[in-house]
Design a protein around this ligand. Structure first.
Ligand code: CAA
Length: 263
């Protein structure tokens, strides 16, 4: 597929996907969502990729939301399909086996905030703005915001954001646990890449097991979560990377993880 609304670059175990409709502040329209879904499939199949970074092109926006020109024309049935499509694609992002980092360089509003919420953590530039402003359009978040935001920052804070539609600065977003770290705009991608490199140097099987265990455990009671962890730990130990990691420690050298998910 030829991409017109996203850009994808891959190298050294890191895929960087850039939302690329800067004139519309990278708003999520049908074409962009199709291209995004296609790119995720490619990333899933590429054994060499261990981390994904998402960011937006231009200086103003990560993603300013779902495309309002499309939303404005939807019938209720069309709107349900539109939300289903968005939820499905963003669900595939969350379900990606490898870690995903959102590098939020500007507006992350509505569907853009929902996209970032489906990543494993968020780095932000000090110019970033977060919000779920759908209430001001007479609608509500439709790409997972009413569900993922309260799970991350708590119900009452999420309600305040969703009922008011207010924009949050990067500092405010960090205070409530939405953002992990804040950087100067020109340092954001270098910082995201540095962390991605650190992650990409680890074993793929253990990275994916850690992500899966965390995500599954968050939706389970503690005893179930601990059982998931035990099984995943045991499975990791059978991997080539576990032999390399423990062996390297005992031999007092740095491990070189080359295993894939099937080794
Ligand atoms: N959809 C379509 N186009 C958008 C857009 C969006 N979500 N956000 C911005 N744009 C377009 C603008 O229409 C404008 O286009 P033109 O130049 O052709 O007029 C261009 O991007 C630049 O935007 P502005 O001139 O508005 O830029 P600004 O700096 O004055 O304001 C902004 C920036 C505060 C982000 C403002 O654009 C804005 O409020 N955008 C909408 C944000 C929003 O409501 N997002 C939620 C969308 S609904 C949703 O996402 C539902 C869901 O959960 C699935």
């Amino acid at each position: 597929m030829v991409y017109t609304s996203i850009e994808l670059t891959c190298g050294a175990g890191i895929a960087t996907l850039t939302f690329n409709r800067p004139k519309a502040l990278n708003a999520l329209n049908t074409i962009l969502l199709e291209e995004f879904a296609d790119a995720l499939e490619g990333i899933k199949k590429d054994e060499s990729i261990r981390v994904l970074i998402l960011t937006g092109s231009g200086e103003k926006a990560f993603v300013a939301g779902a495309d309002i020109t499309e939303i404005a024309t939807l019938t209720p049935l069309g709107a349900k399909k539109f939300a289903q499509r968005g939820q499905d694609v963003i669900g595939r992002l969350q379900a990606l086996a490898i870690p995903a980092i959102a590098a939020v360089n500007g507006y992350a509003l509505g569907g853009g905030c929902e996209m970032a919420l489906a990543c494993d953590f968020i780095y932000a530039s000090d110019k970033a703005i977060f919000g779920l402003p759908e209430i001001s359009l007479g609608v509500i978040p439709g790409f997972g915001g009413t569900q993922r935001l309260p799970r991350l920052i708590g119900a009452n804070r999420a309600k305040e954001m969703i009922f008011t539609g207010k924009h949050l600065t990067a500092v405010e977003a960090k205070e409530i646990g939405l953002v992990n770290k804040i950087f100067a705009p020109e340092e954001l991608m270098a910082a995201a890449n540095e962390t991605a490199q650190l992650i990409a140097g680890k074993g793929k099987a253990s990275l994916c097991a850690a992500k899966q265990t965390l995500n599954q455990g968050l939706n389970a009671d503690l005893a179930t979560g601990l059982a998931i962890e035990r099984d995943a730990f045991a499975l990791c130990l059978a991997s080539q990377d576990a032999k390399e990691g423990t062996g390297a420690f005992l031999e007092k050298r740095k491990p070189v993880f080359t295993g894939g998910l099937n080794d």
